[in-house]
Design a protein around this ligand. Structure first.
Ligand code: HEM
Length: 365
């Protein structure tokens, strides 16, 4: 594809994507603002942590935030998330119709992020008001600057606090014998807010669209609750909401037959790898009980998604809530979100997805 004035090879096959991910010395992430194909220098002011760093620093940066990202493995956290999703879906089923993107997926994403960051639930109301595209010019206005001031104010307000929220903990954190700078803390928060936003929203809306088109799918899940686990992985594989993440090559490099000059870049195309027909049978179909599913939807290697436990829990809870509560989903209007590139275009979720939900008469299976 063409990005930043250069032709950039995209790595498409599952095994090749994994090989590049493993070789972080040749294919580096240490290139601020350039982790995605089109530079983000115009939409954010700070380097993102830990994603835009290489080892050994990456290892130490990642360790600082890992305890937060492990929270979804706690039983209490899981119960709370199921309740949150149950209530969100029940509320969405009351009106005659809802826009799944803005009225279900966005509130779910923001309210669950508040739990992950261990801040008051009410904080999510502001994040929801930023809309689905906090960085892009989605609704005509970028909220990137608002997000930046919000993050900085939060770190300042948490100065000296002994609390266990994300902001207070990062203020106290020790990185290689020193405190983090405000830029670094901002970069961590920026990644937490941005990394799990569109990805989660697109996955949720795509799941609802799938069951609107395939009502038998919910019955299939209800027949064997273990299928909720396999279906969760399958939706991450099939939707692959992140199209490409880029590595930069400090020295000349080679990927298959593509020669990369020093300073050149290579894109890792997760959705393509996840539809590799040499690795997946029926790659273009949603197979809810797919048993072998070595997808790279959450990446591979040292930068593997820190938010994967959270994303998996949201999806699992949503599938459980759909099975318990919903008889059928009627599609009223679907406007796909299309990513337009020089060499391909791709649907990633929806701009708008208006549906009505029909409740089941008995609510548990
Ligand atoms: C379905 C939802 C999601 C998908 C498909 C997804 C996908 C990915 C992918 C492919 C990577 C690897 C990037 C690389 O190799 O450079 C990644 C990394 C990351 N993701 Fe996610 N993500 C999702 C949700 C989230 C959430 C909810 C959060 C946080 C709230 C999050 C935070 C991160 C962070 C911090 C990294 C960087 C890890 C590192 O550099 O060590 N993601 N994600």
């Amino acid at each position: 594809m063409r990005a930043e004035g250069q032709e950039m090879p995209l790595v498409l096959r599952l095994q090749d994507v994994r090989k590049v991910c493993k070789d972080w010395k040749t294919f580096s992430s240490d290139d601020p603002f350039m982790i995605v194909p089109h530079s983000e220098a115009n939409v954010r002011s700070v380097r993102q942590y830990p994603i835009e760093t290489d080892p050994p620093d990456h290892t130490d940066y990642r360790a600082l935030v890992e305890p937060f990202f492990r929270r979804p493995n706690d039983a209490d956290y899981q119960l709370g998330m199921q309740q949150l999703v149950d209530e969100a879906l029940a509320a969405a089923a009351i009106p005659d119709s809802v826009d799944v993107v803005s009225e279900l997926a966005l509130p779910l994403q923001s309210r669950s992020l508040a739990r992950l960051l261990n801040v008051d639930d009410s904080e999510a109301n502001l994040w929801i008001s930023w809309g689905t595209h906090v960085f892009k010019e989605g609704d005509g206005v970028s909220k990137g600057a608002e997000l930046s001031s919000y993050i900085r104010e939060k770190f300042e307000a948490a100065e000296g606090s002994e609390a266990h929220d994300f902001f207070s903990v990062l203020n106290r954190a020790d990185f290689q014998g020193r405190k983090l700078t405000l830029e670094e803390k901002h970069g961590f928060a920026n990644m937490a807010f941005a990394g799990g936003r569109d990805t989660v929203i697109h996955t949720v809306s795509s799941i609802i669209a799938h069951f609107a088109a395939h009502p038998e799918g919910l019955d299939f899940l209800r027949q064997d609750p273990a299928r909720i686990i396999t279906a969760t992985e399958e939706f991450v594989r099939y939707v692959s909401p992140l199209t490409a993440i880029v590595r930069s090559c400090p020295h000349s490099a080679k990927v298959l037959d593509a020669e990369i000059a020093p300073g050149g870049r290579v894109g890792l195309c997760w959705p393509s790898a996840n539809r590799d027909e040499t690795a997946f049978t029926k790659p273009d179909e949603v197979v809810l009980d797919r048993s072998i599913n070595p997808h790279v939807g959450f990446g591979f290697g040292i930068h593997k998604c820190l938010g994967a436990a959270q994303a998996r829990l949201i999806i699992r809870s949503l599938l459980q809530a759909l099975c318990n509560q919903i008889e059928a989903i009627h599609l009223i209007e679907a406007i796909p979100e299309i990513e337009q590139e020089s060499s391909f275009e791709r649907q990633v979720g929806f701009k708008r997805l208006r549906t009505s939900f029909k409740l089941r008469s008995s609510q548990h299976f």
